[in-house]
Design a binder for this molecule. Structure first.
Ligand code: FAD
Ligand code: DLZ
Ligand code: SF4
Length: 511
């Protein structure tokens, strides 16, 4: 008789997958908490707790639906701590005649599972994870023969193909992208909506993790774990977002405010990345809310949100599968710097970095513009090696799974891919940060000062970056204006800026 074992990875918690629609006596599912996955990066403690708790809730749900489930906990004595070793033991022990898995999202795990299949004498099969709008190869096919990978054209094609925000063959309201309306700073006394947080008690899982020597970072409140840990809570968070945050999502998408850790962002990336909810249902929910409340939710708010999901998220996944594994070692600027120590503590006098890193350690979360224009911006200006900053991003965020982390870090943020994802590096001096945030007013450093005592480090590092990389960026039409300013600057000013940058780079751990 055929006996099948099906592997479910920690980021494959999709209860609506066709696998689970019928229960068969001959099929057993396995989920495992293993050291190979807790240790390939130094994860935030909340990420490990969140994934384990969500995996346990998922296993319970499967059992309640009459599926046969084997769940290997971290401290089980028979846990061999890797996918292949545990699977091998189970296959021998239970005499399974067939092994099946859903296509992993991470290249590393994909290789492990493929190699494992090669080692087996029983039948094997891989199925789609039924989560994304696109297949692994769809973006590659779309851009076949093209020299550039412009996200906007991919986004439009996705909108057409999946009939999202379309009126016949045209985009609703006659325009594809309303980004120009989405760059507002928060008014000074604005009090953003308080974020919905959950008060999950995760003390049991947290204790089990603490009993091991797994190295983690960040803090956690084990009686009040803020993240959704099952589908019901994920849907609750989505409801909260569309009710409370969507009306201002686009307007303040790029805004930053001290001590306000999520503003009008959805915080559904963790739920989506482990597949407790799908991008389709997120878009449908947001769109139907907009249809119900057109007077409260302006179209630009909705379009901005939809673009992040059917546009950027699918685009990053496509780039990942097109360019891996080479992508992981790209370093266009040949940056070799070390990550400043304070990235792991938040112990810096730079207010923007202090605030954004502290909230990262406290919640395992920072919103997009903090990741891009505060932490990413500084790392690039400081010439940090992409592997160093990559390991940081892969560890510190709840939603950090490599396919979406590495493309954002090496591509969008560090320009380490030389322009596959972005058309120019995302760097700025203090003026942009001040324009979009309320950080600078209470900072030790002075935003308008470029050299000398208390000069904001972003200012001199910014010009130093352009100077150092002129051979690679000087001809880029999108930054020609900056080079014109630099070339016309008086030579004493240039020398002073470069000297200041050099001083800061030499004292980077004391900033
Ligand atoms: P919202 O602002 O509410 O946006 C809604 C959703 O859109 C997100 O949940 C996410 O699924 C999607 N989205 C938005 N921007 C992007 C993007 N650039 N790429 C892919 N999806 C996007 N996102 C991750 O999911 N995991 C990561 O590890 C990750 N690392 C990043 C590293 C850097 C350096 C940068 C600049 C961005 C990174 N992002 C990552 C993208 C983005 O910052 C997060 O998806 C977002 O902040 C998650 O918070 P949210 O759910 O509140 O998003
Ligand atoms: C991130 C993570 C962690 C910390 N632990 C586990 C685990 O113990 N078991 C598991 O199946 N998955 C875990 N994950 C998520 C995996 O790393 C993820 O499944 C792969 O990155 C594939 O995308
Ligand atoms: Fe950041 Fe400079 Fe502003 Fe301080 S002055 S908050 S370091 S940009």
């Amino acid at each position: 008789m055929k006996k099948t074992i099906r592997l479910i990875l920690g980021d494959q918690l999709n209860i609506n997958h066709s696998w689970f629609q019928t229960s068969y006596d001959s099929v057993t599912y396995v989920l495992m908490e293993i050291r190979s996955e807790t240790d390939y990066a130094t994860h935030h403690i909340q990420k490990v707790i969140g994934i384990f708790t969500a995996m346990r809730a998922f296993a319970k749900e499967l059992k309640a639906r009459n599926h046969d489930v084997i769940y290997i906990q971290l401290n089980d004595i028979n846990n061999e701590q890797s996918f292949d070793k545990n699977l091998e033991s189970l296959i021998t022990q239970h005499q399974f005649t067939s092994f099946e898995y859903q296509l992993p999202d991470e290249f590393r795990v994909d290789e492990i599972v493929k190699n494992f299949c090669k080692s087996l004498s029983i039948t094997t099969d891989a199925v789609d994870s039924e989560h994304f709008f696109t297949t692994r190869t769809e973006l590659g096919d779309f851009f076949e023969g093209k020299k550039t990978f412009v996200m906007e054209s991919f986004y439009r094609a996705m909108r057409k193909k999946h009939r999202v925000l379309m009126e016949g063959n045209n985009p609703i309201n006659g325009q594809w992208n309303f980004d120009s309306e989405n760059r507002k700073k928060l008014p000074k006394n604005h009090k953003p909506t308080s974020p919905l947080v959950f008060n999950n008690d995760v003390s049991v899982v947290a204790n089990e993790i603490r009993q091991t020597n797994i190295k983690t970072i960040g803090n956690v409140e084990v009686k009040n774990f803020v993240w959704p840990i099952n589908r019901v809570q994920s849907l609750e968070l989505l409801d909260f977002f569309v009710n409370e945050c969507l009306p201002l999502f686009g307007s303040y998408q790029d805004a930053m405010m001290p001590n306000e850790w999520s503003l009008y962002h959805s915080r559904i990336s963790f739920s989506m990345n482990v597949k407790m909810i799908s991008p389709q249902e997120v878009i449908e929910k947001a769109t139907s809310e907009w249809r119900k409340r057109p007077d409260e939710i302006a179209y630009n708010q909705l379009e901005g949100f939809v673009r992040q999901i059917i546009g950027w998220r699918e685009y990053m996944r496509g780039i990942y599968w097109l360019k891996m594994p080479e992508y992981a070692s790209l370093n266009y600027f040949d940056n070799q710097g070390k990550l400043p120590d304070w990235y792991w503590t938040g112990d810096t006098k730079m207010n923007c970095l202090k605030d954004a890193i502290h909230q990262t350690l406290e919640f395992g979360y920072a919103h997009h513009i903090q990741r891009l224009m505060i932490m990413g911006n500084f790392a690039l200006l400081a010439g940090v090696h992409p592997d160093e900053i990559g390991a940081w991003y892969l560890g510190v965020y709840m939603d950090a799974i490599e396919w979406v982390e590495i493309t954002n870090t090496l591509g969008m943020s560090q320009y380490a891919d030389g322009g596959i994802v972005g058309t120019k590096p995302y760097v700025s001096s203090a003026s942009y940060i001040d324009k979009m945030s309320n950080y600078c007013g209470s900072c030790y450093y002075k935003k308008a000062v470029k050299t000398g005592d208390k000069a904001c480090p972003f200012n001199s590092l910014y010009w130093n970056f352009y100077d150092k990389n002129e051979d690679k960026l000087g001809k880029n039409p999108r930054i020609g204006m900056m080079y014109n300013v630099w070339r016309k600057m008086q030579s004493e000013s240039k020398v002073a800026l470069l000297k200041q940058a050099d001083y800061y780079l030499k004292n980077i751990n004391n900033l």
